[in-house]
Write a protein that binds this ligand. Sequence first.
Ligand code: ADP
Length: 541
Amino acid sequence: MNATKFMQDFANFVNAGFPYIYIPSYEEERITNAIKNTISNKDLIKIDRKLYAWTQTDGLVSDDTKVRDTSNPINAIESVAKSNEDAIYIFKDFHIYFGGDRNSRPDYAVIRKLRDIIPTLKSSRKTIVFISSKLVIPCDMEKEISILDFSLPNEDEIRTLINELIDGLNPENVSLTEDDKTLLSRSALGLTMQEAENAFCRAIVNLKGLNKNALSIIHEEKNQVVKKTGVLEFVKSDLDINDIGGLENLKKWLIRRNNSWSEKAKEYNLPAPKGVLITGIPGCGKSLTAKAMSAIWGLPLLKLDMGKIFGGIVGSSEENMRKAIATAEAVAPSILWVDEIEKGFSGLKSGGDSGTSARVFGTFLTWMQEKTAPVFVIATANDISSLPPELLRKGRFDEIFFVDLPTSKEREKIFSVHLKKRMKNSNIHHEIEITDEICRELANESIGYVGAEIEQIVIASMYEAFYADRGLRKDDILKSIRETVPLSSTQREQILALREWAKERAVLATAVEDRESAAPDGNDDGDFVNHQGGRIVDFDL
Ligand code: ADP
């Protein structure tokens, strides 16, 4: 949402006579300017409105007037109610009175007063706008307060900032091409204007001017900011598509959607993809795929921790979700990895958290449905039977994949991936060659083992060989397989339940060729046939 969209939405709220608008943001100055621009735009708001701002230190102030004795919030609210002016009142930091400060409780007198004046506000041209760094809304006022998001600065706005900063520098100390400026502006996406300014100023001090090396300082700052959201982090990984053994169907689907946000794709009239839900048995490569996506598409990967979304006081879960969405959009094009999505929304059924889950879920769903920013969502889930059906409806995710226990062909590939990874140092003489036959033999010996277990088997056998002071042998691996009890052996019921769920709803991540190739080993009992006609391979128990 750019500033113009904000102005339009703001004007709509004001024209419709909404009494309270809440804008969760740190960017008081940019918002105040946008509000000023909206009021002075006759196409947006026809009837003149005066603008007041309230802070605890100054009380109500407008350009030419300071209203006496209004630093007390109740006095300020009373003064708004009594005034005959058509006006917009910006109240700053009211989250404190709504109980949003770590140590504060809701101030019921203030809340009561705000509720008392609702009829007065509705029958006049007066709007109160709360700008707060935190989104905290008292339960009693939920219906009366409309939330409006103010987007982080876009590339053009940051470019303007860079140009303004350059104007203040000695030209000798600036070495930036237009392309460099584009690179720098893009790198600062996701920061507030203030944060971007701080980061660039820090770069100017460090570099005694401004040049392309500012990039690393901006990245550092951005990492900090993303971390500070408390729920998001940048995931850097050197994994790529070759690190995923099997799951060819899923990989093919993802590769096909590369560049889907390019101008070329738009010209081709392709809709931008929304995202994918990858479900299935733990340890089979869901997170691995999410991490490898960053390299496959060459986009930054942001991981959203669902558990942490629901960590704090009332109201903050919603705010956490909004912040995460805003940050992911600001760094777009990007990939937002929602890890263990079931953790966030499984509380919906129990209804034990007075509607918080439902509101956070609503925010997420609406965003998934309406998002236009190029943020591709990869949601991963181990237990998705508890996910609400709304999330699985068409229009949310483009596809739902099910990652089953690896088939024999896939285990072959997984062994190959991990053996190659561990044996790449040519100075060490290993007593095994990574051939198709050997990988097939290992795969046949490891029915029911997941990728994570195969990785651990390879590592454990390397330890054995290292301890014996020699290279790795096939027998080390076979021994390690025998000594590992696969989790699937004790979880037959859960796995069958997952498969049953997936039967109707999901597409298999395993390619048809890999599924069929498992048939001759005698273990393919085919627990069911999914809607693509692919059989899911059973495992020996
Ligand atoms: P989950 O499905 O629970 O998200 P992960 O992707 O975290 O499982 O798997 C854990 C580790 O196991 C991975 O980091 C990887 O090393 C290994 N692994 C799992 N599946 C595969 C696979 N298909 N190919 C290669 N390695 C795998």
